[in-house]
Write a protein that binds this ligand. Structure first.
Ligand code: ATP
Ligand code: MG
Length: 394
């Protein structure tokens, strides 16, 4: 099998950026460094002529490295490459033939050579390289065939300061590197939806803080741990997350005692949004993120969403807004949060849920009923924010 220590990373949308493209590239390099730092072994990550290379400087675990790079947003392809010094064209042909042998045990395939001469003083031009390297492969392995239209194997030979040969292209996650957009506050519960929502927003380059509303003793330490575990699972993609844990019991009890039972959930959700926005703004977040999707439950009808939205002054991003549950489950499985999300620990929303919650709440009516809390709520909000626990998910 072909073994290498060098990986070429290709990036996608960053290419569309104009003059400040290098800013995005540098963020991507940082994100790659952060990711590989968690792998066994020592690595050098560097940028050269619109390419990012990861080079292993010690023994390393191939599968672990590939799995890690597959979680770095901004990367569209990971290519294990053969790196050659320029020892003349005959040597290059020989090395490429050997590369084909080591990479493909079964030689029954069609191929095409894509050569690129970034260094124009190389004596053979790209067209000639395509023909002559192709010929060398055909001579060595009679079973292989050329197909210039739909090759099964695309073999890339790039002459730069050194020569890079590759044909294996492992898809990356795409998206934009985390840190290239702003920061947002994710309302992270122990459910299925919010971790997926966080993953999706981070994929567009948004850095995440998170907030969880905990209601001890009604919700257990295990329920909280589940949220930490979900945060840890998505941090493979999002990078470190600062998780704010709010003790929400007192506020919830007050709502329960003083507001109409069918409006409990919606009022509770409004206080969650207010607290999330306040802490978010104190921490440079310019948006909130939730796992809501139209019509999924009573608190997510369009009327309910309008009531929840009404208390926010910064944008609320709801990446799952038009997703069916199954679409969400599919992503949860892909990012490995599904098994944790379905663990049956109680959630503060389910404990106080009304028998018949309103499905078409009216903002004015809800706001009116919130006035029942006027004598105590400010103090409670202040306390909840001040006494929050902060957990750094690395
Ligand atoms: P999820 O699966 O994400 O828990 P859900 O379908 O259970 O969502 P709701 O309970 O109505 O829906 O919550 C809607 C959104 O509100 C969640 O996706 C999440 O962003 C936020 N949220 C709900 N409960 C909490 C909580 N205890 N802490 C933090 N955020 C929460
Ligand atoms: Mg929930």
């Amino acid at each position: 099998m072909f073994q290498t220590r060098t990986f070429l990373l290709k990036y996608g949308e960053i290419f569309l950026k104009g003059k400040n493209r290098y800013v995005f590239e540098d963020i991507l390099v940082d994100q790659v460094r952060r990711a590989v730092a968690k792998c066994d072994g020592e690595f050098k990550v560097h940028k050269s002529l619109s390419r990012i290379y990861v080079e292993a400087l010690s023994d390393f675990d191939y599968d672990e490295l590939i799995d890690t790079l597959k979680c770095v947003f901004g990367v569209i392809a990971i290519c294990p490459v053969l790196v050659l010094e320029d020892n003349g064209f005959d040597d290059l042909k020989e090395q490429v033939v050997k590369y084909i042998d080591e990479t493909y045990e079964d030689k029954n395939f069609t191929f095409k050579v894509f050569s690129k001469r970034a260094r124009k003083n190389y004596p053979v031009n790209s067209m000639e390289m395509n023909c002559l390297i192709g010929e060398a492969i055909l001579n060595a392995y009679p079973e292989v065939k050329v197909d210039v239209h739909k090759p099964e194997v695309s073999l890339y030979v790039e002459v730069r300061e050194r020569i890079y040969v590759y044909s294996i292209i492992i898809p990356g996650p795409g998206g934009m590197p985390v840190g290239s957009a702003g920061k947002a506050m994710l309302l992270l519960s122990g459910g299925l939806d919010s971790p997926v929502a966080g993953y999706m927003i981070a994929k567009r380059g948004v850095k995440l803080d998170a907030i969880y509303f905990h209601a001890p003793p009604y919700t257990s330490e295990r329920a909280k741990q589940k949220v930490v575990d979900l945060g840890t699972l998505i941090s493979r993609y999002t990078g470190p997350i600062r998780l704010n844990v709010i003790n929400f019991t007192e506020i919830q009890m007050a709502i329960y005692e003083k507001c109409p039972p069918d409006e409990l959930t919606i009022i509770m959700r409004r206080y969650m949004m207010r607290i999330a926005e306040q802490i978010g703004l104190e921490n440079d977040c310019i948006g909130l993120v939730t796992g809501e999707s139209i019509g999924q439950v009573a608190s997510q009808t369009m009327q309910s969403l309008a009531c929840t939205n009404d208390v926010c002054t910064i944008p609320v991003y709801r990446p799952l807004i038009a997703f069916d549950k199954q679409d969400i489950v599919d992503i949860a499985e892909k990012i490995n949060t599904y098994e944790t999300s379905i663990l049956p620990f109680e959630d503060c929303c389910t404990i106080w849920v009304a028998q018949h919650p309103v499905t078409k709440p009216v903002v004015k009516v809800i706001a009116k009923h919130e006035e029942n809390l006027a004598d105590c709520i400010d103090e409670m909000l202040k306390k909840a924010v001040e006494e929050r626990e902060i957990i750094e998910i690395k």
